[in-house]
Design a protein around this ligand. Structure first.
Ligand SMILES: Cc1cc2nc3c(=O)[nH]c(=O)nc-3n(C[C@H](O)[C@H](O)[C@H](O)COP(=O)(O)OP(=O)(O)OC[C@H]3O[C@@H](n4cnc5c(N)ncnc54)[C@H](O)[C@@H]3O)c2cc1C
Length: 385
């Protein structure tokens, strides 16, 4: 399978272009009424339930999903245009990101009719926030080794164990919890199940883990006998690994994997335009923009493959590895090109965005699978290991 390589905009038809204009108009209006303050890494740090609901009301969440489950039956590329514009504007989209990107599609793929009808439409309306409880204190890259255990009780399961780095766990209405439900006859990928926990849950302690910036974004989640009914097991007992790995193409290839620092790159371009010609700045910014354009083309290509029903896991890993390195390079270039004191409290947008981008840099190549692990996946896909 090859990523289709036509220039990115050739694959975006007139419908996509009209939609882009609508989203830009909406964002311009929101900015003019002070609806949000643009920021770097807005899909991680920009939590705003009201903004998420506004997107839901416009039909811009779950756009590709069937209408009977609250979707719009639009194309992957139309969805791509919407999320691209939201990220470029640094809009506060963290509330629905996990739910819209991976939870909704997972429930549509693996859920019972009752789960689809009950859980998916509220996500499309922007009314349901999900947290993904996969990682554990000693388990991240080697996800199949999860230790959180769910044991059978009458009519359901009881979960005990600790999860970490749960983004938006403190705001979530539901959690996707990957648990061990049997020993899988000694094969660690078997015996895992995905349990859906409704919040607030009795027996669950949610403890903040602060970012370098002091912000509260993710959490440690301690499950001490949290009960889940059978009706909230996704895809049946033992299907957990299949569900998690199926999510990865959509989790890794999207434009959020190279656009977290785009608002900063935009400020760099504005700065370069406003100052006398500077050959060094032109070269550095020119290189960054051409890398961005290549990544965008590849990522739209992956969206096109998904639209054709493929699961482009290796291609997605490639986009994420190249994209997350690009995000860090933007922060680094800003720091080296222009003398400044990056500060989260600065009124100067450039210094403010630079501080956000720099302080979030360690996360880019970790979240959603580290770059070392992605390169292992790419090597395997190329038949090199
Ligand atoms: C901002 C942010 C948000 C996150 N949100 C969530 C969330 O919502 N839900 C969730 O479940 N998790 C979340 N995570 C966790 C994230 O998925 C893990 O941090 C990631 O999978 C890496 O796992 P780890 O931290 O345990 O590192 P480890 O797996 O311990 O890795 C440590 C180092 O060893 C390297 N390494 C490990 N295995 C190999 C190998 N086989 N070959 C080569 N090198 C290897 C890694 O690349 C890394 O450099 C989030 C993380 C961040 C930073």
């Amino acid at each position: 399978m090859k990523i289709p390589c036509a220039p990115a905009d050739d694959r975006l038809d007139a419908t996509c272009k009209a939609l882009r204009a609508q989203v830009r108009e909406f964002l311009r209006n929101e900015l003019s009424i002070g609806g949000f303050a643009p920021q770097c890494d807005s899909w991680l740090r920009g939590f705003d339930r009201a903004f998420t609901r506004k997107l839901g009301a416009r039909g811009w969440l779950g756009m590709t999903w069937p209408r009977r489950y609250g979707g719009q039956e639009r194309s992957q590329r139309e969805r791509y245009v919407v999320i691209e514009e939201l990220l470029a504007a640094g809009a506060p989209v963290a509330g629905h990101w996990v739910a819209e990107r991976q939870v909704g599609p997972s429930i549509l793929r693996h859920g019972t009719e009752e789960q689809k009808q009950g859980l998916v439409p509220p996500i499309a309306r922007g009314e349901s926030i999900f947290g993904a409880c996969y990682s554990e204190p000693d388990v991240g890259s080697d996800l199949a080794s999860v230790k959180a255990r769910a044991v059978r009780i009458d009519g359901g399961w009881k979960i005990t164990g600790t999860k970490v780095w749960t983004s938006q766990g403190h705001n979530a209405d539901h959690l996707f919890v990957l648990c061990r439900t049997s020993d899988g006859a000694g094969v660690k990928h078997r015996g895992l199940s995905m349990l859906i926990v409704a919040m607030p849950a009795k027996g669950l302690a949610v403890r903040p883990i602060r970012l370098l910036t002091g912000e509260h974004h993710f959490n440690e989640m301690v499950f001490d006998g949290v009960e889940v009914p059978d009706s909230m097991v996704l895809g049946g007992e033992g299907e957990g690994w299949n569900i998690v790995t199926g999510d990865l193409a959509s989790e890794r290839s999207g434009p959020e994997r190279f656009m977290s620092t785009l608002p900063l790159l935009g400020e760099m371009i504005r700065k370069a335009r406003a100052t006398p010609a500077d050959a060094r700045a032109e070269i550095v910014i020119g290189e960054l923009v051409s890398r961005f354009w290549t990544l965008r083309s590849m990522s739209i290509g992956v969206a096109a493959l998904m639209e054709q029903g493929h699961q482009p896991g290796v291609e997605a890993a490639l986009v994420k590895d190249l994209g997350t390195r690009f995000e860090g390079d933007v922060a680094q270039a800003a720091r080296l090109l222009y003398p400044m004191v990056p500060s989260l409290d600065s009124d100067e947008r450039f210094e403010n965005f630079a501080a956000q981008a720099i302080l979030h840099t360690p996360a880019y190549t970790l979240r959603g699978g580290t770059n070392e692990v992605l390169r292992g996946i790419i090597a395997r896909g190329l038949g090199l290991r």
